[in-house]
Design a binder for this molecule. Structure first.
Ligand code: CP3
Length: 355
């Protein structure tokens, strides 16, 4: 399995095969907490330029791996470049977050959307993947990713960050047909996009459903999970003789893990609001689990970081199927030294849980 990789712990753990120590990576591992990221970002001129210049995207993808013994690299990009490629016009506004020039608020605006072609409209992502694979030289696997249709739709309808989700949920309740039309176009776009990432060299893929947890249990099934299921069933799960594991991460979705596992995904991302042991008891026979240290633990002292890592490892328990991660992305004000303590603690303290 994944025999060309020098370190295949991450892939093995996702497939619930045995490993020597628990593999670890961090959501948002390439980002603003690293001074070298801030330097490259400045050089790029803008966040979008960084995403759209394969050499620079490659450079920042590799930065955290040069500092820490991480078990996977994740493509540097953003979930919002799909709507950008659909013509919505993405801007990242300092201290506010992502904004679209042309949000999708009406049935006719939604009807006018079309599916981007991954190789022509998003070719810079595929070029970045090919370059990163070359630079990694088989040291660790490369993760590709996308947003979930529901999470992409929240940004497209709201037009920017929100705490209340009134516009997108209003549209969902008031005009479900338009919402389903939008989600179908996004699901088809994500399938093409992730399959193109796999063909370009992504060795595992992850779908970020950051806003699935704001839905009611029933609307989660209908408006988020249904479309992730559709994507899982259409992905190229084998490529070039290798299995391509698929991870689904619904933030706030801890109560719905049985349904998430039933999509046929290989692994589920777990945020910090659940005990890993409890989730494992529910679905550990079907899927691997990824998580779930509270990202705020990294503000604490090295002693506390080690204790909290130990607690997550103990909660998951002995055996296969655990990929260590934070329960959500790393914050920008974290001290990079604390990240080193965290990564080392996972490797050192997890050996006793594997034979
Ligand atoms: O994990 C990684 O290291 C890969 C890179 C990555 C980014 N965004 C880079 C980024 C990934 C996987 C994402 C996913 C993403 N983007 C999600 C899903 C995961 C999650 O965090 O919930 C979402 C919801 C987005 C949308 C998005 N992009 C937001 C809300 C923001 C602003 C947030 C902030 O911290 O200011 C972005 C911008 C963004 N994407 C940054 C990075 C490193 C910060 C950009 C900068 O100022 O340099």
């Amino acid at each position: 399995m994944a025999s060309e990789l020098k370190n295949d712990r991450f892939i093995c753990a996702l497939l619930r095969q045995s490993v020597d120590v628990t593999p670890v990576w961090m959501m948002r591992q390439a980002g603003r907490y690293l001074p070298e990221y801030r330097e490259t970002r400045k050089r790029a001129g803008s966040f979008l330029n960084l995403c759209k210049t394969p050499e620079l995207a490659c450079e920042v993808t590799l930065q955290p791996l040069q500092r820490y013994p991480l078990d996977a690299a994740i493509l540097f990009s953003d979930i919002l470049i799909i709507p950008d490629a659909m013509g919505l016009g993405l801007n990242l506004v300092e201290n506010i977050g992502p904004k679209f020039d042309k949000p999708m608020r009406t049935a006719s605006e939604i009807k006018s959307l079309s599916i981007p072609d991954p190789e022509s409209d998003l070719g810079y992502v595929m070029d970045a993947i090919r370059l990163i694979r070359k630079e990694l030289g088989g040291s660790v696997p490369l993760i590709g990713f996308s947003g979930s249709p529901w999470t992409l739709a929240t940004y497209m309808v709201e037009g920017g960050p929100t705490k209340e989700f009134g516009l997108v949920k209003g549209l969902m309740y008031d005009d479900p047909a338009s919402m389903h039309h939008l989600l179908n176009i996004l699901a088809d776009s994500v399938v093409l996009y992730l399959n193109a990432q796999i063909a370009a060299g992504a060795q595992a893929v992850m779908i970020f459903d950051t806003w699935g947890g704001i839905l009611t249990p029933l609307s989660y099934q209908q408006f988020s999970l249904h479309y992730m299921q559709k994507i899982v069933s259409q992905l190229d799960r084998q490529y070039d003789g290798q299995v391509i594991p698929v991870t689904l991460f619904t933030k706030g979705g801890g109560d719905w893990v049985k349904d998430i596992a039933a999509t046929g995904c290989d692994a589920i991302g777990v945020d910090w609001t659940k005990n890993m042991g409890d989730v494992r008891a529910e679905v550990g026979g079907q899927v691997a689990l990824q998580g779930n240290l509270d990202p705020c633990v990294l503000y604490a002292s090295p002693e506390v970081i080690r204790q909290e890592v130990a607690a997550v490892l103990e909660s998951y328990g002995r055996g296969n199927g655990h990929v260590f991660n934070l329960g959500h992305g790393i914050h920008q004000h974290i001290d990079p030294e604390n990240v080193a303590v965290f990564i080392d603690a996972v490797h050192e303290l997890s050996a006793q849980y594997h034979n």
